[in-house]
Structures are given as C-alpha cells and as structure tokens.
Ligand binder design. Structure first.
Ligand SMILES: *[C@@H]1O[C@H](CO)[C@@H](O)[C@H](O)[C@H]1NC(C)=O
Length: 334
C-alpha cells in the first residue's frame, strides 16, 4: 500500500517534472531572448522557486538510476524499481540526454518546427525520454489527402502456410473459435507498416500497432491504411489498460537482441494487457538454439501459458540460430 502510493507519487512527480522542465526551458528562453518584441513580463519568483524545487526532485530521481554503493539510502528502494530504472531510466532519461532535449526544444514558438524534429523526437524516445515535452510549433504535415503508401509488405504473408513456423490468420481464428475465444482487439508489437493489422481488419478484428520509424515511414504507412499507429518504443510500458486485449503479436522487432531482463519486463507487460484466455503469438522469434532451450524457453515458461503451438526451425545453419513460432494462451484462472 505504502509502496504503491510511493511509486505513484514518484511517477506523478516524474510526469510533472518532465512537463515543467520544458516550461523551465521556455522560461529561460523568454528571459534571455533579446529579439522578441514586445518585452515579456519577468517570470515571477514563486514560479522560479517551484521550478528549482522540481529540478532538485529530478536530480534526486536521477540518483535512483545507477545503484551506487556509496549512497546511504535510509529508505529501501524496491529492487525492481532499481532494476527497471537501469533498463529504461525513469524521469532521468531526458536529463541524461540534455543536449538532445535542448536541441529538440530549440525552436521558434508559433512558427514551423525545425525540419529534423521528428528524428530528434524519435532519438529521445528511443533513449527512454518519454513523454516528451509539448511544443508550440507547427510540425511538417503531409498533403491534404494522403494516398495509401505503397507498402511492399503484402497481406499474403499472413494468409499462407509454407512451413511449420507460419500461422496463417484463418488458422489463428479457427484456433480461437474452437476454444470459444473471441478475438476483437489485438496489439502488434513492433508491427512495422501495419500489415498484420491490415490483414486482421479484413476479419473484423481491430489491431493497434506499435511502431517506430527508424528512417522508414512506418507510422505514416500504418495510418494510410486507416489503422492506429502507436509511436512507442519496445522498452515502454504498453499504453493499454490491464486485461483488455485478446491477442498480442510480437514480430520481428522482438528478438534476441533485446536484453534478457528487458524482454522479461516486456513479456510481463504483455501479460498485464492480455485478458484471461487471450493469446500471445511469438512470430518468428529467433535466437541461438541453445538459448532457446536454456534461456528463452524457461523465460516464456514463467508466464505459465498453455502452448497451443510451439514450432522451431533453422534460421541460419552457420550461427546455430533457430526460429521459434509460438502461440500461447493465458490461463483463464489468472
Ligand atoms: C465484417 O463485418 C461486416 C459488417 O458487419 C460483415 O458484413 C462481414 O461479413 C464481416 N467479415 C468477416 C470476415 O467476418
């Protein structure tokens, strides 16, 4: 109880601090700006005091980040908070990338945002600086009537069966139907251009896609298909309430390159958003054969899900890498 309240308070502070930081930045811009007529009223002392307090709070939060041995913390910090803050720093990550954040917030208010804004924003998000401060500028928008982008990824990919690693959507729907499980809402993690969501839409299932651009117009592509792109990185808590999703698919982005502990937090977050009886589909997850057996298998096993499908196949003979496609069902009792 006390812990939950403390954590809530911490997160609330972090959220307020992130937003106030931008205000602070803005306030210092206003004070030092020489060009802008008419002269702006000075920032009141009490506001500055407040901002200093918040800065101090951020500094204090930052100290949470690396579990330094020297600090003599009298109150015990929950171990998972320390662990997670190393994977995806809480509140302090914007602070850790002050240069980028300053660059992002360096713009002329009420005018066009600088042309490289979108990539700076994504760089910050990928470094864990999220939510980003709001700005008052006009971002570059596409033409009034966006045409569907040419997407090389066709929906055929989810309809055909070439080997055991495939799970065509008709088969997925059949599996769900045979266990009286209705698929209405899905989440595709790292879903690229939204091809899975587009295919599921044909079957009247709504799928939201988390996707980063990474120099390709993925978010625009998803939107041009009339689907919802969520611009959130893999390390971020899924912006969905507990137990509301029927299906989560993890595609190419979710793989062995994710540090193991980060992957563990991700899988438990997937568990949080899945309803009882919902499905987790690991689609062509890959890793070294020995790791699949000794590391990833047991990790996935911790969720206690029913293995509806579990198929492995060679990815690369040379590296001893295997693919795993698994369809797992969250137990009803959970
Ligand atoms: C999707 O819903 C529409 C409208 O209710 C219906 O006409 C159509 O048959 C449905 N398609 C599938 C594949 O269930």
């Amino acid at each position: 109880m006390g812990f939950t309240m403390g954590l809530n308070l911490l997160l609330l502070l972090a959220m307020v601090a992130t937003n106030i930081l931008s205000l602070y930045h803005l306030s210092s811009t206003l004070q030092t700006s020489k060009k802008l007529p008419p002269p702006l009223p000075p920032v009141p002392d009490n506001l500055l005091n407040q901002l200093h307090t918040i800065r101090a709070t951020i500094n204090q939060l930052t100290r949470l980040q690396p579990p330094t041995k020297s600090t003599t913390t009298t109150t015990t910090t929950p171990s998972d908070l320390l662990l997670h803050s190393r994977l995806s720093p809480i509140a302090s990550s914007c602070h850790n990338h002050a240069d980028l954040l300053h660059k992002y917030m360096t713009y002329t208010p009420y005018s066009h945002c600088p042309p490289d804004s979108a990539s700076i924003a994504e760089s910050l998000i990928l470094r864990g600086c999220h939510p980003l401060p709001r700005r008052r500028c006009f971002s570059k928008s596409t033409t009034s009537d966006p045409k569907p982008l040419l997407i090389s990824d066709t929906i055929a990919k989810f309809m055909t069966y070439t080997n055991e690693l495939d799970l065509p959507i008709p088969q997925l729907l059949q599996i769900a139907a045979s266990s009286n499980s209705v698929l209405r809402l899905g989440l595709d993690i790292g879903g690229g251009a939204g091809t899975f969501a587009a295919t599921m839409k044909l079957h009247n299932v709504t799928v939201i896609t988390t996707t980063m651009n990474l120099n390709a117009p993925n978010n625009e592509a998803v939107a041009s298909r009339g689907l919802v792109p969520l611009h959130v990185p893999l390390q971020q808590r899924l912006p969905v309430f507990d137990g509301v999703v029927d299906l989560v698919r993890c595609g190419h982005g979710v793989n062995r390159w994710i540090p193991l502990t980060a992957l563990e937090f991700l899988l438990y977050d997937v568990d949080r958003v899945l309803r009882s009886g919902g499905y987790l589909w690991l689609d062509h997850f890959f890793g070294k054969g020995v790791d699949l057996e000794n590391v990833y298998g047991p990790l996935i096993g911790k969720l206690g899900y029913k293995k509806v499908k579990w198929a492995t196949g060679t990815k690369s003979e040379k590296n001893g890498e295997l693919y795993l496609t698994a369809l797992l069902q969250k137990p009803l009792s959970k």
